[in-house]
Design a protein. Structure first.
Length: 256
């Protein structure tokens, strides 16, 4: 069931979203050659704690997971697409990093992700990240009253496929509200004019996930969480929490 949020609830979700935005900004600033993924997780924890927020990631255990998630960020490096567990790995020059973060504040959730290169970027990685950001922007632009879920999916997929990238099978965005994952699912590829109509008060986490090699296949790493590209090529992941309103899409996790 899809819950339509009141305007007051959307304002409250904006507060949660801004905690996520602050955490991602702090993590991006802290990331550098020699910094460990565990240290980045600690940076995000400090932002959440200072805001009085909790993490919907920490202790989360969906049906596929062998263990509860042990961190407040997902830190996915190079060929890891999503769900990377922060560990003692120290970032190297040229690493492509995707950070996903959530916050729970006042009973409402926010969820967002960024991808960036540490140190000197390869041109191919710069293009991949820029395309992921364009795909996210296209999805948000399609998130208007009167459109359908398929219009968001089509907008994202058109950008990704047009650039020659793969799209992760079976994973995409989702509704969000009291819980991090709610209905409806938001695919990253689809047919325009199809699916659930978009209405004022719907809130969606829109999140393109791109595979540089152009294939869609992935596999789970031995930790049971990290999802990696089958072809070993790099990946990028971007995400915003977006409210559908009569005035247009409102990005609740927008970063300054």
């Amino acid at each position: 069931m899809v819950e339509l949020k009141t305007d007051a609830s959307i304002d409250a979700m904006y507060e949660a979203g801004q905690v996520v935005a602050g955490a991602l900004t702090a993590v991006r600033k802290a990331a550098g050659v020699g910094v460990s993924l565990l240290e980045l997780d600690e940076v995000a924890r400090e932002v959440l704690n200072a805001a009085g927020a909790t993490s919907p990631f920490l202790g989360y255990r969906p049906s596929f997971a062998p263990t509860p998630f042990p961190a407040v960020i997902c830190a996915s490096v190079n060929d890891a697409i999503v769900h990377g567990i922060p560990d003692g790995y120290r970032l190297r020059d040229g690493d492509l990093v995707s950070i996903d973060c959530g916050a729970q504040l006042g009973g409402w959730a926010g969820d967002s992700a960024i991808s960036f290169v540490v140190g000197t970027p390869r041109p191919a990685d710069t293009r991949l990240v820029e395309t992921a950001e364009r795909a996210l922007a296209a999805g948000i632009e399609a998130a208007v009253v009167g459109n359908r879920i398929g219009d968001i999916a089509h907008a994202i997929g058109t950008v990704c496929r047009g650039a020659g990238y793969g799209i992760m099978e079976d994973y995409g965005g989702h509704g969000i509200g009291r819980h991090m994952h709610e209905d409806p699912p938001v695919p990253n590829e689809g047919r325009p004019g199809r699916g659930l109509p978009l209405r004022h008060g719907m809130v969606l986490a829109i999140e393109p996930m791109l595979i540089a090699g152009g294939t869609d296949a992935y596999h789970a790493a031995p930790d049971g969480w990290t999802l990696r590209t089958n072809d070993g090529t790099r990946a990028a992941h971007t995400e915003h929490t977006v409210a559908i309103t009569n005035a247009g899409p409102r990005v609740l996790t927008a970063r300054d």
